[in-house]
Design a protein around this ligand. Structure first.
Ligand code: SF4
Ligand code: SF4
Length: 438
């Protein structure tokens, strides 16, 4: 590896003693009751197409996506649909889910599945399979992948698929695990994605510390290039480990730097995480929806943080139970990263396609509920990758909430994490920011 590319301004090395410390995984128990949310994407809830009392098979379509931003939903276990439940999320929206009581035999679990050749499929056929099996971005994005393809179709420029193997914080352990355990599916998934969006190249952006992974990606690319008559060039680019290197903006900065220095030719960057690439692989090659996903589970309230392979629909209380349980009542439960994650109110909320991390935090980890005053230390300015002065911006916003200034904050959360007074800086800025997000 010739060089490591890192963004130059701000950021910090983020370590979290309460995150799973390794990417070795365990498979979680199958839940007796699965809560299959009808909103596992950014748009409208999927329309339920099964009735209470009906028996469903593993992998069966049970909710039909409704328009842009909405994706199909599938049963992840066989059994009987026993009820519909709903709950209010922190932002006030109402989520609905079908509850399935597990019964009967599994169609797919533990069985060798037939592989369908994809190399001769047309672009529209590939996109149809990706839509049919409800594939969404499995990290913060949550948009259906076919919607992302639609965005690209409006552009005439070349496209480069970027697989983000950037582990700038331990909460991306799920993606790390999938790279360890299903790298062939990830790489083949990136080839399928490139074909499905007419990309002319693929880049693997990999944290420079992951030397074994960099090596393994190269070997896997070689195997697949020998196996399939595709000549999409694939480059592996080592990138820095400082948070928020994974962020779209910071990653684009370093890849453009790489393009310039290495005379590479990159098109518009189409970024996906490894979990999404492997889900695309499964949808196209095995006609399989997302039935389970790797989840990093931890936080100070969890006895034994771990990475589990969890069936979608497993309730958070069951997930924590398999990590030794909770040592005390958590002050906050988060799905996603500690910076950008979504607070959940109930341990009965389920794991969804996009739950890459689940955290149960004690009050001491979130600094209690009372914020203190700014001590003018300047830490927030030092870490802001956008060159913003978060301290004065925050003060402006709280003094004039009715007339907030326009800002170019992309919500990385660096300022809030380093603030010794635990002020909700980025949370407040994000609430008013119209800037680009990760
Ligand atoms: S959240 Fe916004 S203001 Fe805070 S560090 Fe990130 S870009 Fe800067
Ligand atoms: S990090 Fe917090 S305490 Fe320090 S200057 Fe910024 S807002 Fe004030």
């Amino acid at each position: 590896m010739k060089k490591t590319y890192s963004f130059s301004r701000g950021g910090f090395v983020f370590e979290d003693p309460y995150a799973p410390q390794s990417a070795s995984t365990e498979t979680a128990f199958l839940p007796v009751l699965s809560v299959i949310s009808l909103i596992q994407h950014t748009g409208n809830k999927a329309y339920p197409i099964v009735f209470i009392g009906e028996y469903v098979k593993e992998g069966m379509l049970i909710g039909r996506g409704q328009g842009q931003g909405s994706a199909n939903i599938h049963a992840t276990v066989p059994g009987k649909v026993v009820r519909m439940v709903s709950w209010k999320t922190v932002d006030g929206t109402v989520n609905e889910a079908l509850v399935i009581r597990m019964e009967g035999s599994f169609e797919r679990l533990g069985k060798k599945e037939p592989a369908y050749p994809w190399i001769d499929l047309q672009l529209s056929e590939l996109q149809h399979l990706i839509a049919e099996y409800g594939i969404v971005e499995m990290d913060e994005g949550e948009r259906p992948v076919v919607d992302l393809f639609d965005d690209l179709a409006t552009e005439k420029e070349a496209v480069t698929v970027v697989i983000r193997c950037v582990f700038d914080n331990a909460w991306f352990a799920a993606d790390k695990a999938i790279c360890n355990e299903r790298l062939m599916a990830v790489v083949e998934g990136s080839l399928i994605t490139a074909k499905a969006c007419r990309a002319t190249s693929i880049v693997y952006a990999v944290s420079y510390k992951e030397k074994q992974l960099i090596d393994n990606i190269r070997k896997t690319v070689q195997i697949l290039h020998n196996l399939y008559p595709v000549n999409t060039p694939i480059a592996v680019v080592a990138v820095g480990n400082r948070y928020p290197q994974h962020n779209q903006r910071e990653l684009e900065l370093v890849l453009r730097d790489y393009e310039k220095k290495e005379n590479a030719l990159l098109g518009r960057l189409f970024m996906l995480c490894p979990s999404t690439a492997s889900a695309i692989h499964d949808a196209v090659k095995f006609h399989k929806p997302i039935l389970d996903r790797y989840v990093a589970i931890g936080g100070s309230a969890v006895k034994a943080p771990n990475v589990l392979k969890v069936r979608i629909g497993t309730r958070l209380r069951d997930v924590f139970e398999q990590c030794g349980g909770l040592i005390a009542d958590p002050a906050r439960i988060v799905i996603g990263s500690p910076f950008l994650g979504r607070t959940v109110l109930d341990l009965d909320e389920p794991v969804t396609k996009t739950s890459y991390a689940v955290l149960a935090l004690l009050a001491k980890e979130i600094g209690g509920t009372v914020s203190r005053s700014c001590i003018g230390c300047g830490e927030c300015r030092a870490v802001c990758p956008m060159g913003i002065d978060p301290e004065s911006l925050y003060k402006q916003i709280i003094s004039m909430p009715e007339n907030p200034p326009s800002v170019d904050c992309h919500g990385c959360g660096c300022c809030e994490v380093v603030c010794p007074s635990r002020l909700p800086i980025s949370t407040t800025i994000r609430a008013i920011s119209k800037g680009a997000h990760t």
